[in-house]
Design a protein around this ligand. Structure first.
Ligand code: AKG
Ligand code: FE2
Length: 239
């Protein structure tokens, strides 16, 4: 939202789960939105995810570095094109984010090699899930652009309470690692029309940066480590 009366504070929602409001300045947000528009273009552009159970995710997604497809990670997008590469500047952004949040870059599994871009229109949402398909336990870095959303951050045991609802605004950084790395979380709703006017975006973009821990395949379309994704992964549930 433009021009808040009081700056919002850094909030530790749970151990290892931290919100840094307004982490991205206006210029960086503009640049990221422009980049997201390019990443969303075909080939290997934004897609609708259909799950084997017949569900359809309401958020549209693009993968950079890796694309998830039912039961494996792939270097090949749904249209047969190579997945777009993971831009080194996003790796740099991930490093800066972990430093700003934790005061240091954790030493384990820091090869950030994947970005998952979600686009939410006014009606889109995302059910409670764990991000547990990555082999690395490096923190997940989440950046929000455009409309504010209600983000629900829960516990590691189940989708239900206790959880905390917070708003993620354009420019906010949310990082979850350590004891919160496998906490259930979701996006119950978008608050339409709340994007800053200067950004020129209708809807919400969320960019999560992740270290998959996957060995790069030697050829396109190669399977990941052969580990099936679980039924409660974000892309697996009916949205
Ligand atoms: O949109 C968000 O803030 C969360 C996205 C998310 O949880 C995911 O992509 O796994
Ligand atoms: Fe997630």
């Amino acid at each position: 939202m433009d021009g808040e009366l009081f700056p919002r504070d850094r909030t530790e929602v749970a151990p290892g789960a931290v919100l840094l409001p307004d982490w991205l300045d206006e210029q960086r947000q503009r640049e990221l939105v422009a980049a997201c528009r390019e990443w969303a273009r075909p080939p290997a552009g934004m897609r609708t995810v259909r799950t084997p159970g017949g569900g359809v995710m309401s958020a549209k997604v693009v993968g950079l570095g890796w694309q998830w497809r039912p039961y494996y990670f792939s270097k090949t997008a749904d249209d047969g094109s190579p997945v777009k590469p993971f831009p080194p500047e996003l790796g740099e952004l991930a490093r800066r984010a972990t430093e700003d949040v934790f005061g240091r870059v954790p030493d384990d599994g820091l090869e950030y090699d994947m970005a998952l871009l979600n686009f939410y229109d006014a009606k889109a949402h995302m059910g409670m899930h764990q991000d547990k398909d990555e082999l690395s336990k490096a923190p997940v870095i989440s950046l929000s652009l455009g409309d504010t959303c209600v983000f629900r951050f829960g516990n590691t045991e189940s989708r239900s309470r206790p959880y905390t609802d917070l708003e993620l605004h354009s420019g906010d950084l949310f990082v979850f690692g350590g004891p919160s790395r496998l906490a259930f979380h979701g996006v119950p709703r978008i608050l339409p029309g709340t994007a800053p006017a200067w950004l020129g975006l209708t809807g919400r973009l969320n960019l999560t940066l992740r270290a998959t821990g996957l060995t790069p395949p030697t050829g396109s379309g190669a399977r990941g480590p052969g580990r099936p994704l679980r039924a409660d992964s974000p892309t697996e549930e009916s949205q």
